[in-house]
Design a protein around this ligand. Sequence first.
Ligand SMILES: Cc1ncc(C[n+]2csc(CCOP(=O)(O)OP(=O)(O)O)c2C)c(N)n1
Ligand SMILES: [Mg+2]
Length: 585
Amino acid sequence: MTGAEYIAEFLSRHGCDKVFLLTGGACAFIVDAIARNPKVDYYCFAHEQAAAMAADATWRVSRNVGVTMATSGPGATNLLTGIACSYFDSIPSIHITGQVNLGESAAHLGVRVRQAGFQEANIVDIARPITKYAVQVRSGDELRHELFKAYEIATTARMGPVLIDVPMNVQQEEVGAHIDAVPPAAGDTGLDQEEAEILANNLTSFLRGSERPCVLFGAGVSLAGVELEAAKWLEGNRIPFVSSWNALSSFRHDATNFCGQVGVYGNRGGNYIVQNCDALLVLGSRLDNRQRSGNTKNFAPDAKVMVFDVDEEELKKYEADGYETRCLDLVHLPEILSRTEFSGVAGIWTEYAAGMKANYFNKDISTYASRHNTLSPYAVVRQINGLIDEEAIVVADCGANLCWVYQSFFRTAQNLFTAGGNSPMGYSLPAAIGAAIEAPKRQIVCFIGDGGLLLNSQELQTLVEYDLNIVIVILNNSGYGIIRQFQDNYMDSRHEASGKGVGLADFSALVGAYGIDYVRVESVDALTPELFDRRKAVVIDTILGEGTLIEPKLEMGRPINDQFPYVDDAAFEAENQFVTFSRTR
Ligand SMILES: Cc1ncc(C[n+]2csc(CCOP(=O)(O)OP(=O)(O)O)c2C)c(N)n1
Ligand SMILES: [Mg+2]
């Protein structure tokens, strides 16, 4: 086998039967080897960024590792935004880049020139800060060893993307017939019994010592594959729980004690509960500042906080906050939870949480839309929510449109995701394409902004090429809504580079150029079941008022329980009955 053939065979033997790519001279041998291998196939994308976003989506829909391939130089650098999506959200993915022959490389010359070979770029150093592992292989032996190692690194502990840079001479080198096998996934090492006992005791006393406990469900729980057990434990103990955005797909939203998503764009009721609790247990979340707000002192101020996370480095950041932390691979969480002795929550706190849920959960509306008699994005999302399959895959993009989807989508069995940490405009279209290729039997719905669509609209051709019946819903507010809302708050409504200077695409013509159906929608009633019958791809352009706001939304300097639009002082005091908050900034 040549190095190129080895790569194809290695991938197929590890369950990676699809490679997303845009070809080029420096990777053509590997593409050719993939084509000749009957167990692995390639899919062409129109931009490497989109291929990397589709690979990121692969794991999110099937827990199979997504793979991309790109040529050296610009092909490799174009992957970066998509790779970063996987890195920040701990998604395993493999990126293989072609590289110039070692004999033509700058390293071989031994001088510090910018570039020696045509389209040579030092992608390993460029990608290192956004990959869990990045390496260039210089021989067939290194290729064998590093592919094996990279796959293992990508899929174990806190997962993430890896990049292997393969010079053309290594692609053509004879490497032998034996394929290295990957050992079983990590976490299988078993938890030391003594340690399990200690952790369970810690958790028992943490919960027993509280009257108003709350759990924050993070994405780390489902990344470890234990979300069902965690949800069952929460339900059994009737502990009110809230969710980070990336965990919203981990449990059914009809769980009695689920009280909403938290944070800057969080549900008002969920935020009140977090702010009024006296013990907050955080499972597998890195509590980024969209959850805690910029001022972490304002977050759950009356609570002791305990965080379980696999990444020791993430836990270090809580030293200044005085949080208790436990480093734990959450695959062991069910074992800890089952040993925890806790008789559940009752009384006034449960009633309070139920009241907050009754008042606020699934109640977000656009007051802007009702004041201006325009279409409410919240109503659009809810209507679509009711029309799609239970098993649908729903991908959200970035900006206000992402907030509207995450604030109002009620998840039962659907797979709902976005690139939460990196959040690049234009993610959802290629991610939906990756999802459609990975899960061809499932319905795929892609929400996107009128701005975001233009960042990857070239992939409409990929959708056509592979005949993918995706429903694309544009939440069209004629510009960069989330930025305009920010400018309204802090820059006297000067819409520089968000309205001014940003041209509006004619989506009917754009979509028509690809031969895709286009429907313009100006009322909720026009969102009919036929649009979602899955017979062909369709773009549904929902026309919103230009100034449509994200509601609720936290403004700078406030605690997360004091979101815009502001409730009056009496209501604020009543809802925050356990803790005193000052409303001054
Ligand atoms: C690649 C990239 N560039 C810039 C941004 C900053 N940004 C975040 S949201 C946004 C506006 C998005 O406009 P649109 O897609 O129409 O969404 P809306 O907020 O209007 O719903 C911008 C410029 C980003 N997140 N990603
Ligand atoms: Mg917009």
